[in-house]
Design a binder for this molecule. Structure first.
Ligand SMILES: [Zn+2]
Length: 371
């Protein structure tokens, strides 16, 4: 598992570099084909191609489908390996994308390989989708993920586990990005300040109103992450804008949060406000079906000596798309480690085979002959 992981990490794959992601896609496709599977790509012009590997274990027509979800891309630019090479230190492996989520790909492939080698009866089609654009919001792979999710009885997401004990993710916030643009009126700050409408001041006041739209208890957050405005200190600025990250726990709060932003009115009537943007990922809510799937995983984990816990996280994944369609979804089935998107990104090596075993058991249970 480590040898394959090393090859994947050393094939850098930033979302923004199509050629690089395609190189990794080809490498992974080659490994998947060793199992004799039907592997093909969904071509994408704007991002790397999305990989689809179908695993059939039975010659009879499949009785349903299980979706395995992951992504090929990382947040790390080409050349990161030079200062952050793949390396093993103590019980951990380090490198760009090692945790999020190249080890998840390894875990998925090894779980399927084990099921094949041990000739475990599997009656469902196992569809593995590894897209090329998750880290930039899955703009081009989303329809593919949703189409396959609709055909699936469950979605298993190979994203990193949560925390040192490898908790599964059974709820994720929905994420949105909005832009608030303020238009004021420019004037000389010294000669005729009364003729100006200061867009920066107006924006500042609006941001304080936005702060009050948040609801900690319900898990609704607004984060103005970028502000821009003005040209020179002696000019009253006529333009200012803020980019705001919005997160919600429940689908109904998506509407509420958006309505709150659209209801903003200018403090200074001479100023104008414009709100653009929207929600990119709907919330992944912990439905009854999700809870039942977690119970199943817990029961299967016990004999493996794994005590499975669950977590709710603020970050979105493609699991948000499948869960929002009502498909029972379990997320965080990938590696145990820490530091996603950070320079100390690493995984616990000993957990790799344990997670693969857990995934294999889960697939066998969900797609086995008894179902
Ligand atoms: Zn990820």
């Amino acid at each position: 598992m480590l040898a394959l992981l090393r090859r994947l990490v050393e094939t850098e794959s930033p979302s923004t570099d199509k050629a690089a992601v395609d190189r990794l896609g080809k490498l992974v496709a080659g490994v998947a084909r060793k199992f004799g599977e039907r592997v093909r790509f969904y071509p994408s012009q704007t991002t790397g191609n999305h990989l689809r590997a179908e695993f059939r274990f039975d010659s009879r027509p499949a009785r349903g489908q299980i979706l395995l979800l992951g992504h090929l891309d990382t947040v790390w630019s080409l050349g990161t390996l030079k200062r952050m090479p793949f390396r093993i230190k103590g019980s951990r492996a380090y490198g760009p994308g090692v945790f999020d989520m190249k080890s998840g790909i390894v875990i998925g492939l090894f779980a399927l390989g084990a099921l094949r080698k041990l000739q475990i009866p599997i009656r469902k089609n196992i569809m593995m989708l590894l897209n090329a654009d998750e880290e930039i919001g899955s703009p081009s792979s989303r329809p593919i993920t949703e189409r396959e999710a609709r055909r699936s009885d469950a979605a298993l997401v190979l994203e990193p586990a949560h925390g040192p004990r490898g908790a599964l993710k059974t709820a994720r916030k929905g994420t949105g990005e909005f832009e608030l643009r303020v238009r004021g009126r420019a004037a000389h700050a010294g000669l005729e300040p009364e003729k100006g409408v200061n867009a920066i001041l107006e924006l500042s006041r609006q941001l304080l109103v936005i702060e009050k739209l948040a609801d900690k208890k319900r898990g609704i957050t607004f984060n103005p992450g970028i502000v821009r405005g003005g040209t020179r200190a002696n000019v009253i600025p006529d333009q200012a804008l803020a980019t705001i990250d919005v997160r919600v726990m429940r689908a109904e709060d998506q509407v509420r949060a958006e309505r709150g932003l659209r209801a903003l009115r200018p403090y200074d009537r001479r100023a104008t406000l414009a709100i653009t943007g929207g929600f990119n990922r709907p919330p992944f809510e912990r439905s009854k079906a999700v809870a039942a799937l977690l119970d199943r995983a817990r029961r299967l984990a016990e004999p493996l000596g794994i005590e499975l816990s669950e977590a709710t996280v603020g970050g979105g994944s493609d699991g948000n798309f499948t869960a929002a369609l009502g498909v029972p979804t379990l997320d965080g089935l990938g590696a145990v480690g820490e530091g996603a998107h950070a320079v100390h990104e690493n995984i616990v090596i000993a957990e790799l085979p344990r997670r693969a075993a857990l995934l294999a058991h889960l697939i066998a249970d969900l797609a086995g002959a008894r179902d």
